[in-house]
Design a protein around this ligand. Structure first.
Ligand SMILES: [Zn+2]
Length: 61
């Protein structure tokens, strides 16, 4: 049964447990950085491939 992706909200048959990563781009006065959230979310495969995230488990269906 399809469940909703927690990133884009689309129903997906396969969801991947991830930790969302926020990336701050480098600017003229500050270096770039990234921050990983500690709350697991379930994302669909397109979101995992398009957005920065740390995969923390096997895809589930
Ligand atoms: Zn998604």
């Amino acid at each position: 049964m399809a469940r909703d992706c927690e990133n884009c909200g689309s129903p997906s048959d396969v969801l991947v447990p991830v930790l969302r990563v926020y990336i701050t781009p480098e600017t003229w006065d500050a270096p770039g950085s990234s921050r990983t959230l500690d709350t697991p979310e379930a994302w669909c495969l397109p979101c995992v491939s398009m957005y920065p995230a740390e995969v923390i488990g096997e895809p589930t269906d």
